[in-house]
Design a binder for this molecule. Structure first.
Ligand code: NAD
Length: 463
């Protein structure tokens, strides 16, 4: 095996970072416990410290987390791709940088006040306590770091039950978060987990009396489990975002934006474009730009059916295909393409399994609609009532408004790639937990707080 200089540099960098992060005394990772009960007890102790800290002290911990996330972005990206086999390193680096820069901290915690003849009333945002968080394998460390920043800003600590397929990456991130806290003068164990997370440990977490709020980020199974747990829960569930293109769109830009969004981290983000619904008059020109300028491979009808039988099994998604790049997916059906191919496309009915299912692969089926109203109807059907994300390319504000009302999603991006919704090439903050099912939308520190009214009657109004 030949090892080039860049490989050696990468390995040395990774080993150095791991050594730096390894616990000097025990060699174990901070925040990782053998039993869920122990993890919750440790997070409870650290929460007692966090809730007594000033907002300024909490902000210092968050600054330290941001710094360490930037420093470790490449390592976390590499680990995520190596462990899960999903996504790609350059895009995962960008995702970590985005989390470090744009996840809201304590500035998100705002007090509301009424003052008048009868005194002063405040509504202040207080911590829940210890939060139980269940995280996906698609954005493992991104979600853990983003959740922790928001939860700490709100005065909570957190116990994670990460996806078993991303356990090493998740534990590495949790260790990093605790080191960031200790270095900034905060407590250890602001984020905890178990050595071997399972569905059983997830159930213990969901039912434990020491947990005051559950935040689940993942597919329909976990969100339903959380909502059936009898506890207060925030559910960030699945999506199947359609990108609608009407006859007023800049079709060349629409093709570029949609393919950029769809191929970002090999289509792993839940907000990413999963299919296109295009008004009839736009289809051939749009697909021309996608194929000729944006690196899309055009499948024949027979290849589309063959690909469907590979990526979807009778039991559901073939996990070996999720988050893989277009070239790898095509090689699975015996089609060899150049490195320039970054996406797969074909025209088909909305019921085609490659279109109707949430695949998390760079496959963009195009559904033809006879007019705008038909396009809206088809897009709403394809979103399956998840109320998660949808996108539109149009210059007609009446059409945009009509679509927004009909599809009623937590996110609607207009004339940009889907990732603009996360503050990447768009305004606004970043999150990797979009609470579509329970309605909080894009979560942030304020989401992880409870409102408390504090009333002073007939005093302290100095107007
Ligand atoms: P997944 O549902 O397989 O797993 C998510 C987490 O839930 C994991 O920790 C898993 O161990 C746990 N889990 C699954 N079923 C469970 C059950 N019955 N009881 C308790 N825990 C359970 O999802 P994934 O493959 O890791 O991630 C992809 C899915 O998550 C996609 O559907 C995607 O749209 C969604 N997602 C949503 C958001 C969002 O913010 N709304 C963000 C990322 C991913």
């Amino acid at each position: 095996m030949s090892v080039n200089e860049q490989n050696i540099r990468d390995i040395v960098k990774e080993v150095m970072a791991k050594l730096q992060l390894a616990d000097e005394n025990t060699g174990s990772q901070r925040g990782v416990f053998s039993q869920m009960d122990e993890a919750i007890a440790a997070a409870r102790e650290s929460q007692k410290i966090i809730r007594r800290m000033s907002m300024d002290q909490r902000e210092q911990i968050i600054s330290s987390i941001r710094k360490k996330t930037r420093e470790n972005a490449e390592i976390l990206a590499r680990m995520g791709v190596e462990e899960t086999g999903m996504g790609n390193i350059p895009h995962k680096i960008l995702k970590h940088q985005l989390v470090a820069e744009k996840t809201p901290g304590t500035e998100d915690i705002k007090t509301v006040a009424w003052s008048g003849d009868r005194g002063l009333t405040l509504v202040e945002m207080g911590p829940f306590g210890v939060i139980g968080a269940i995280t996906p394998c698609t954005n493992p460390s991104e979600t853990i770091i983003c959740n922790t920043i928001g939860m700490i800003a709100g005065g909570n600590t957190v116990v994670f039950n990460p996806h078993p397929a991303a356990v090493k990456t998740s534990q590495f991130a949790i260790d990093m978060l605790n080191r960031a806290s200790v270095e900034a003068g905060g407590p250890d164990h602001i984020a905890c987990t178990v050595a071997a997370p399972t569905l059983e440990s997830s159930n213990i977490l969901m039912k434990h009396p020491g947990i005051q709020l559950i935040v689940a980020t993942g597919g329909p199974g976990v969100v339903t489990a959380v909502l059936s747990s009898g506890r207060r829960g925030i559910g960030a569930g699945a999506g199947n975002p359609p990108a609608l293109v009407d006859d007023t769109a800049d079709l060349r830009k629409a093709a570029e934006d949609i393919v950029n969004g769809c191929t970002f981290d090999n289509n792993l983000p839940c907000i990413a474009e999963k299919e296109i619904v295009a008004v009839e008059s736009t289809v051939s020109e749009l697909m021309h730009y996608m194929v000729e300028e944006q690196g899309c491979y055009l499948l024949s009808a027979e290849e589309a059916d063959r690909l469907a039988s590979v990526v979807l099994t009778p039991k559901g998604l073939n996990r070996k295909c999720v988050g893989r790049d277009a070239k790898t997916l095509l090689s699975m059906i015996g089609v060899s393409v150049s490195d320039n191919i970054r996406c797969i496309t074909f025209e088909g009915p909305k019921e085609h399994p490659l279109i109707a299912e949430e695949l998390m692969m760079p496959i963009l089926g195009v559904v033809r609609a006879k007019d705008f109203d038909d396009a809206v109807e088809k897009a709403v059907w394809l979103e399956h009532g998840n109320r998660h994300s949808a996108h539109i390319h149009s210059k007609n504000i009446d059409n945009i408004t009509k679509y927004a009302k009909a599809i009623d999603t937590a996110i609607l991006v207009k004339n940009a790639p889907s990732y603009a919704a996360l503050g990447f090439g768009g305004e606004g903050y970043c999150t990797f937990t979009i609470a579509s099912r329970t309605g909080e939308g894009l979560t942030s520190a304020a989401t992880f707080t409870k409102r408390r009214r504090c009333v002073m009657s007939d005093s302290l109004c100095i107007r």
